[in-house]
Design a protein around this ligand. Structure first.
Ligand SMILES: [Zn+2]
Length: 143
């Protein structure tokens, strides 16, 4: 292999992205996740999901494999993302705030200033509401 031509920090960063990284998971976990008998979980509440659901039956989070690609169901995914931007504790991550500003402007440009106002209220510690999370209870069928 020839010596790299560029040695700057950006070139080193790009070179590091190209080199394959070792798998952080043990082989048995990778095999269990990729097994045909593996059960998908809700990314919001970790409830085991039935085959081909569109929404989690416990928390209502869009969980299906292609929910984000379905034009009608995509509305619920966008709503969940935007809802998370204005509920709960103040968001301190600058990247998340910038994403929500651009995403809200791209999705609903007319209503984006109202959304930004709610984001600002959340950053002041006065969100428009609290996130409602039910207590996770495993029933007998899924355990
Ligand atoms: Zn769920």
């Amino acid at each position: 292999m020839s010596a790299p031509r560029y040695h700057g920090p950006l070139a080193r960063r790009f070179r590091a992205l190209r080199t394959p990284r070792p798998d952080p998971w043990p082989a048995e976990i990778s095999a269990a996740v990729n097994a045909k008998s593996a059960v998908p979980l809700c990314p919001n509440c970790l409830l085991p999901q039935e085959p081909h659901p569109w929404f989690c039956r416990q928390c209502g989070f869009p969980t299906g494999d292609f929910v984000a690609l379905n034009p009608y169901l995509n509305i619920f995914v966008v709503g969940e993302v935007l809802r998370r931007g204005v509920l709960g504790a103040p968001e301190r991550r600058l990247g998340t705030q910038l994403f929500l500003i651009v995403f809200s402007a791209s999705q609903h440009a007319v209503f984006a200033p109202a959304y930004w106002f709610w984001m600002w209220r959340r950053s002041c510690g006065r969100p428009i509401g609290e996130e409602r999370r039910d207590v996770f209870a495993i029933d007998e069928k899924t355990s």
